[in-house]
Every structure is written in structure tokens, then in C-alpha cells.
Design a protein around this ligand. Sequence first.
Ligand code: GLA
Length: 384
Amino acid sequence: MSNPSQRANKLFVQTFGTQADELYCAPGRVNLIGEHTDYNDGFVLPAAINFHTAIVVKRRDDLRFRAVSDAYPGEIEEWTFGEEGNPVANHWSNYLKGFTAAMATSGLAPKGLDIAVVSNVPMGAGLSSSAALEVAFGTAVNDCSQIKLSPLAIAQLAQRGENQFVGCACGIMDQMISALGEKDHALLIDCLDLDSEAVNMPDSLSLIIINSNVQRGLVESEYNLRREQCEQAAEHFGLESLRDLTLATLEAGKSELSDACYKRARHVITENRRTQNAAWALESNDIAKLSLLMAESHNSMRDDFEITTTEIDYLVEIVSEVIGDRGGVRMTGGGFGGCVVALVDHELTDAVVATIEQKYANKTGLEANIYLCSASDGARRIDN
Ligand code: GLA
């Protein structure tokens, strides 16, 4: 029984001794291009993927929440709305409590729920298992209490919960794509005004995600440091964010900035341009152009933003040798490990898989996991 929805129903009955009322799910995501641009008010181009978190719930008449997850058997987490307390370091329930805490500070008043959670989004791989959890939960709370928040508002509350309760300074990309994803499409999001546009993914391409299985140890501290460096660079030029900085102004002020701040800003400015161009290339099926832009994006993450690892660089190198300009490949997500994304002509899929199997473990001592994915719909209620 590998279907998360079925498993969630079973877990609910085992835990609470009764059937659940409703079922909701929200997907993980892969970012095609536009990395570390979201918190700089820039552009991102993610797609929701066919790995998701399922949440089954039963309404309660009080303000109490009780939650169980199959990833942490035997633990039932309980809290009262508006009394979430302090987060417990690295605990899965922080993502749920963060959401209700964000609702409380926004003056929204939901009813309590009993909840069972099951997910097949790989954890710790940079595919946004946490956003899938937050958004699935937020969608459930919103629907069950008939609060009538839009998917975008749910994403914003989820991000606020993660920023203010969990303590992670993430941008809006992961929550937005999990809430708003569209089957067979990526979403070009302008993180300045949160406008988004669905971009068709050509039928001719396979979406391959390769988990490097590199331990993402430094990810939080390094993520926050990158964010600070970007903010410092923007502040130096008297700007709210790097969105308004041009390459020419950056170059003119280069000597006044630390080398790190200069390089971080250069990545963000050039990545914004690449992301808009990649959306256009995807829409118009210009795969050679997409290939080039993804390669440039990877190089910029490696040399300017300095968030790749040697294993990840190696994966990108061997995949790009196979696909040439018939597809694109780059690291995806926050960095320091995690996954590589490749969009490749279907005919080359087997060759990509074979090359990874032949070379990656030999060179790095790590086994890669390969997921053949498709772009999927965002969070929704499902008939249970
Ligand atoms: C993580 C964050 C996102 C985004 C990416 C990098 O996934 O949660 O907001 O900043 O890293 O692009």
C-alpha cells in the first residue's frame, strides 16, 4: 500500500479509532531555474511534482489540534489554537504549529482538527517536503473551517509560519508552487508582486530529478548567510532588494563591496534574466536555449553563489555530456547537496540513467536516487 492517501486513512483509524472526514494533498516541487532569487524579489520557475503529502482530517468542535505522522510512529502531537508554545528543534509538528500561529497573528480563527499525515516527498532532499506539509495542512484547515483563503494566501501564511515560528528565513517559492502548481506546467513567479504565469512544459521532455544523497549539513546557516549578503549588497546601493540593481551599477560599485557580496549580487541579477529567458525558451520549445541557460545558472551557483558541491558538479557534468543541447541540467533548490534537475528529450532518458548508474557511485562513493517525474497540480481536496 504505497499510496499516501490510503496509508493516511489507515493511520488515522489506527490512531483515533474512527474514520476521517476529508482528504487533502499538496505536492513537493522542483525548481527549473531561478535559485535564491525569491527572497530578492526576483523570478523563479518551479514545477510541482508527482510526490505529495496527504493529510486526512476529522473536524473537532474545539480549538484543539492532534496530529500523527507515519514518519514518526507512536507520537501524537497536540496543541491548542493560539497556544502553540515554542518550536521544538527540528520537530515535524513545527510546520503545522507555525501555520496555526501565523493564522492567530493574522486574526483568523479556525476550528481544531484531528490529523494523520503520510508523505512520499523525499525528506531532506531539497524537494520541499516541508512546504508540502505546511500547504497540505493549511489547505485542510482553510477548507474545514470555511475560511475561504485563496491558495496564494495559504502559501503566504505557510511562509510566515516557517519564517516566524520554525525560524527558517526561506522565500515564498516552495509554498507558492505547492499551492498553485499546474499539471504539465511550470510556474513563472514574480516574487516582487507574487504574480504568476503557467508555462507549458513541452511533451517531448522528460523531467528527471537526481538526488545526490550528499548530506545537506550546512544548509541552514549558509542559506541565511547568503540571504544576509544579498541584503547587504542591496542596502549598499540604497535599494530595498536586488531586484532593482542593474549589472552596470553593480560593476561600477564593485570596489566598494566585499568580494562575496559582489558575487552573490551578480548571481541574483544574472539569474533573474536567465529565469525570464528560460520561461520563454520553454514556452517556445527552444531546448537549445534552455540548455544554455540552465548550464549558465549552474555555473553561476557554483562560482558566484558558491552553493554547489563537488558531487553535484560531477552529476551535472556527466548528465550534460550525454544530453548536449537536447536538454538542460543544473542543481536545484537551496544547495549544499540535494538534487539535480534535468529536462531532457525522452529519447535520452535511458542514457542519462545509465551514465549516472555507471559513473556516480564509482567517483563519489554515494548512490544517487533517480526520480522520473511529471509536473503536477498544486494542493487540493480529494474525494475520500
Ligand atoms: C529553499 C527556500 C526557497 C528558495 C530556495 C533557493 O528551497 O525554501 O525559498 O530560496 O531554497 O532558490
